[in-house]
Ligand binder design. Structure first.
Ligand code: GLV
Ligand code: GLV
Length: 355
């Protein structure tokens, strides 16, 4: 291979490797056993010559790494994630490194995980599972693990982009919930869907579903029975959910986060969970990942999973393919398109490398 491409982690499947090796790239996959690589580890990987890197959301891609990649002759970096709060895009631009992410292919998978967490928290699935395994079930009782019915309740969505909208559709269509959402942008297609579904239900003599775009996030927090967070993590969304905002939520609300941990002040959340046993959360992400704030693990009213929202086979195949094409496209100078509002994404979903 003429070009050296480094992947900081072994990734599932082989298609991504083939795509690169078929196009003059030698692929080097880091075999370091520890889960999270330090900046020093990655500097060593980049070495003296490196054309492009596929990296992970656990890595700090800033000034140090992008300047090193530049010195090694590199021009391309792809995060294997849709979120890129771990990437300093300005630093990358400064060193002439183009940056890509992997949107689209994880929308439904992530939304399905948020829906799973919503149900697990509302119906106390994990608590009940632990109860069974502990041998505590000694007969049916009317008050065993009573949870919340979703039908007819209000679904709150904060951040109605691709993932937030897909999640909303699943919950509304599946459980006939009413929607209140908050986003800087109007979610026109989602609104149309809820309107049409409401008309369908009405025509069938069922209670129609409704939607409302909230003027403030507080309106969503006050009215939502199940609230799911789908914003991008940046300065404006850090600790979006804090002590004060938790205090205006319903005492029996369900809160779900499959976006980024620091969107919630987790210490305040632990305190809130302690004081409000009927308040429940489903968390895929944590403020100090991989750690949980002290006390969270002891809360029965929390369902916690280790950042697995995009972890389906189909999606991982898609993410690794897009990550490889991002890097390949830049290195080989294939046509690229740029979303000026967000990150530089080189290649559209229909891209095929030339034969
Ligand atoms: C995962 O968290 C992602 O952003 O893709
Ligand atoms: C992320 O921004 C997404 O909604 O896909």
């Amino acid at each position: 291979g003429k070009y050296r491409v480094v992947s900081t982690k072994p990734m599932p499947g082989t298609r991504w490797i083939r795509l690169l090796t078929d196009q003059d790239c030698r692929v080097e996959i880091c075999t370091e056993k520890k889960t999270i690589l330090s900046v020093e580890d990655i500097l060593a990987l980049i070495g003296d010559k490196c054309d492009g890197v596929i990296g992970q959301l656990t890595e700090d891609w800033g000034e140090v790494l992008f300047s090193a990649l530049r010195r090694a002759g590199g021009t391309a970096f792809s995060n294997m994630a849709v979120g890129y709060n771990n990437v300093n895009v300005n630093a990358a631009n400064k060193y002439g490194i183009a940056v890509g992410n992997t949107p689209g292919v994880l929308t439904e998978t992530t939304a399905e995980l948020a829906a799973s967490l919503s149900l697990a928290a509302a119906r106390r699935i994990v608590e009940a599972d632990q109860f069974m395994r502990a041998g505590l079930y000694d007969g049916w009782l009317p008050h065993l693990f009573v949870g919340n019915l979703l039908k007819g309740q209000t679904l709150g969505v904060i951040g109605a982009g691709r993932i937030g909208s897909a999640y909303a559709r699943m919950m509304i269509e599946g459980f006939k919930m009413n929607l209140i959402y908050y986003d800087l942008y109007q979610a026109t297609r989602l609104e149309k869907f809820v309107t049409a579904y409401g008309q369908f239900l009405k025509a069938n003599d069922e209670q129609p579903v409704t939607w409302k775009r909230a003027a403030t996030m507080e309106d969503v927090l006050r009215e939502g029975d199940v609230i799911s967070l789908h914003p991008v993590l940046d300065k404006t969304t850090y600790h979006l959910i804090n002590k004060e905002r938790l205090s205006i939520m319903k005492k029996e609300a369900v809160l779900v986060n499959a976006s980024r941990g620091p969107v919630i002040d987790e210490t305040a959340l632990v305190e809130h969970l302690r004081k409000n046993p009927m308040f429940r959360v489903g968390l895929d992400v944590f403020e100090d990942e991989p750690f949980m704030k002290p006390g969270l693990a002891e809360q029965k009213n929390a369902v916690v999973v280790p950042h697995i929202a995009s972890a389906s086979k189909w999606t991982r195949e898609g993410m690794t393919t897009i990550a490889a094409l991002n890097v390949l496209g830049k290195i080989k100078g294939y046509p690229v398109w740029t979303d000026p509002n967000r990150i530089e994404i080189f290649l559209d979903e229909n891209f095929q490398p030339p034969p």
